[in-house]
Design a protein around this ligand. Structure first.
Ligand code: SDX
Length: 461
């Protein structure tokens, strides 16, 4: 949509966020005294972190295993060093490889951003041409894969079908297990990016009992996706350019988001050197959860449940009473407005000019208005996230609610693959295997069957 006024980005024009904290007074180290032994330790600080392994030396004696860090859900733990995506949650900043999301969404195509996220640089014209041709060349599915889809019920959830079918591709490309070979990785990356829209469209056509539509290599990435979804008997599918561009922008906004739940799944499964199809299936499984990518579908269900603007206050009262969460609100990192939500809201207006206004938007705007003024949400820094408005725009474009997380998975495959590749190429990384704090029974001897229950044994859970 060239020439349109663009929403103000969240970019901080002050000190570059990357340099905050550098050049401070003291030594970059912690001095720790273990009160149990009075022993003193100096733990170096690197990039605002301490190495958890540096805690292991802190012991009460030679038998002591040493200290570990304990961080359920990794609230304050960096699992890796990454140069792909930078988020400043307080300032509402999101950048892929240094470029602000607002600029990329305005000026790039999705495949151009995919190249950037994966390679680290925006492509030159020849590089982009070759990249688009490569991806286009890999949009077809092996015919046996269609038979695999036939095994699903008509009402199977598209995310279950997508994750399973992506995993099945592992059996079609066994050479993909050679994950340390850059050429093998490059080919699987192109296959996955090319085939995700095809699989997604086929799950949709399967659920409606429609014939599958083969990819049309003359169309752009998003136009071809729309073709495979919605072409009926016309000889050539013509995508609405406004909707195709809106889809491209939505895909750009969803491409990566640093170490989110599904990226963590991709890195963890990939760290065992499983092939990228099985790792991507695991990431898609993580994304499907309602607290993560499944939230966009839940937002639509929530708006349907509310039903009308005048019922919003009563619903919010239930949220504040802790009965359920306000879907599409809140974020682990963004404690300010999610910059993607702002752009999606802007894009929604352009889509509604074509599709007509989605009546759910009025309810969503009222929810946002009330929530942003309410102490409960302000205190908890709960703002609309990427899922709050995406569902409304997708539904207006003609997508069924169950397809929404699939629409998240297609572009996020690029981010998962970039994170996966970065992990494999990181000399510091190895198979992910967290520790635990053991809270179970101390050693005890076996109890023969006839003697069980004699003492007050705990009842089975
Ligand atoms: C995505 O990580 C990413 O980057 C994810 C993502 C990406 O691009 O990959 O951005 C995509 O997953 C977006 C998030 C989509 N999920 C939702 O919209 C579901 C609703 N949101 C929540 O479930 C929640 O906000 C999370 C999961 C997103 C974040 O949860 P946190 O960081 O673990 O926060 P929390 O659960 O500890 O909440 C802190 C407080 C709690 O209240 P108290 O116990 O202090 O009283 O805020 C409350 C929570 O109950 N709270 C909410 C709420 N989210 C948090 N209360 C009401 N409604 C909500 N949505």
């Amino acid at each position: 949509m060239p020439g349109a006024r663009w929403p103000e980005g969240g970019e901080n024009k002050g000190i570059a966020a990357d340099n905050l904290g550098k050049g401070t007074m003291g030594k970059e180290a912690l001095s720790i005294v273990d009160q149990r032994t009075q022993a003193a330790y100096e733990i170096p600080i690197h990039d605002g972190t301490i190495r958890a392994m540096d805690l292991r030396q802190i012991k009460t004696g030679p038998e002591d295993f040493g200290l570990m860090s304990y961080d359920p859900a990794f609230m304050n733990t960096a699992s890796c060093r990454s140069s792909i995506t930078f988020i400043d949650g307080d300032k509402g900043i999101l950048r892929y490889r240094g470029y602000p999301i607002e600029q990329l969404a305005e000026k790039c195509s999705f495949l151009e951003v995919a190249y950037l996220v994966l390679s680290g640089e925006l492509p030159t014209e020849p590089q982009l041409k070759e990249w688009v041709a490569d991806i286009t060349h890999h949009t077809m599915l092996h015919e046996t894969t269609k038979k695999f889809l036939e095994g699903f019920r008509h009402d199977a959830h598209p995310m279950g079908m997508l994750a399973s079918t992506v995993a099945a591709l592992s059996t079609v490309y066994p050479e993909s297990r050679e994950v340390l070979d850059p050429k093998v990785r490059a080919l699987q990356i192109r296959r996955l990016i090319g085939k995700m829209p095809t699989i997604a469209a086929y799950t949709y056509r399967h659920s409606l009992g429609y014939p599958y539509v083969y990819p049309d290599n003359e169309l752009s990435y998003t136009e071809n996706f729309m073709n495979m979804l919605w072409k009926m008997v016309e000889p050539k599918y013509i995508a609405n350019p406004v909707l195709a561009r809106a889809l491209d922008i939505l895909f750009i906004l969803h491409a990566d988001h640093e170490q989110n739940c599904s990226a963590n799944a991709m890195r963890s499964v990939g760290s065992s050197h499983a092939d990228p199809f099985l790792a991507t299936a695991a990431a898609a499984a993580a994304l499907s959860g309602p607290l993560h990518g499944g939230a966009n579908e839940e937002v639509l269900k929530m708006l349907d449940e509310i039903g009308s603007k005048d019922k919003v206050p009563a619903y919010i009262a239930k949220v504040k009473a802790g009965e359920f969460k306000l879907m599409g609100f809140g974020h682990r990192i963004y404690k300010n407005y999610d910059p993607r939500a702002r752009i999606i809201k802007w894009a929604a207006d352009k889509v509604f000019e074509v599709t007509g206004r989605n009546p759910k938007l009025e309810i969503a705007l009222e929810l946002e208005r009330i929530a942003l003024e309410d102490e409960y949400f302000i205190k908890r820094k709960l703002y609309p996230n990427v899922d709050f408005y995406s569902g409304i725009i997708y539904q207006a474009m003609g997508f069924q609610p169950a397809m929404l997380t699939v629409l998240f998975a297609i572009p996020r495959t690029v981010g998962w693959l970039a994170q996966w590749q970065e992990m494999l190429c990181d000399a510091e990384q190895k198979i992910a295997r967290p520790r635990q704090v053991f809270t179970g029974q101390a050693a005890r001897d076996f109890v023969p069957l006839e003697k069980r229950g004699v003492t007050a044994a705990p009842t089975a859970a």
